[in-house]
Design a protein around this ligand. Structure first.
Ligand code: PGA
Length: 220
């Protein structure tokens, strides 16, 4: 469903500005987008992409970097122009790049089991902008599976919460029972910086795409 939304948006606006997530959740979405390129001529040549976050201290060629994740799951398989691909390296510069692109039209975002959106961990200010952050123990524990015996970074550069909220349209993705509790708190609970995703309740154009397991605890 998320891939269909993106594909439709690209057909309406060929130079669409996309905010893109990494992680386990969007893998199927990227598979469908690659299929849309191959089978339905979805043209990525004008699309501008801004990834939500990146580990600090990992070069773009590092197999564990989010840049490499994006190459593997999307960029290597579609006709996106390398000059239109953007990753946060330094906060202020990223804000400028997003501004110069005219802002983000459509932002896709996952949610951490602790309620983080991008790498804005609990307690992050709703007015935060792109910056370097320290990852929480819970986030590190959840991501360690991808690093095997390699040491995992403890810092990242992320879009801030205010940066995310500036996007014109936001799609929240969650799947699996491990997300049911945090989805309930994010969508039905009080808006608080202790649960960063609750800020999405204040945005006028948010769609949540959830599987049944992730939606099981929520009221709609
Ligand atoms: P996941 O990560 O898709 O791997 O669950 C989501 C997130 O932490 O934002």
């Amino acid at each position: 469903m998320a891939a269909e939304l993106i594909a439709k948006a690209i057909r309406v606006k060929p130079n669409l500005t996309l905010g893109l997530p990494t992680g386990n959740t969007p893998i199927g979405m990227y598979e469908d987008l690659v299929r849309a390129y191959r089978e339905k001529n979805l043209d990525w040549s004008g699309v501008r992409t801004f990834n939500l976050d990146e580990y600090a201290g990992l070069g773009p060629e590092d197999p564990h970097s989010y840049r490499m994740y994006m190459q593997r799951h999307l960029f290597d398989h579609v006709n996106v122009s390398p000059r239109n691909i953007h990753f946060p390296v330094e906060g202020n510069a990223y804000e400028k790049e997003i501004r110069e692109a005219g802002g983000i039209d459509l932002l896709i975002v996952g949610i951490g089991t602790n309620g983080h959106i991008a790498f804005n961990e609990p307690g992050a200010s709703f007015t935060s902008r792109s910056r370097e952050v320290i990852l929480t123990a819970e986030t590190i524990a959840n991501a360690q599976q991808h690093f095997g015996s390699n040491t995992m970074p403890t810092r990242a550069v992320t879009m801030g919460i205010a940066t995310l909220l500036d996007s014109r349209h936001i799609v929240l993705l969650a799947s699996g029972a491990s997300k049911a509790d945090i989805i309930r708190r994010a969508l039905n609970g009080p808006v608080t910086e202790a649960v960063p995703a609750t800020v999405l309740q204040t945005h006028p154009n948010v769609i949540a795409i959830l599987d049944e397991a992730a939606a099981a605890g929520s009221k709609f």
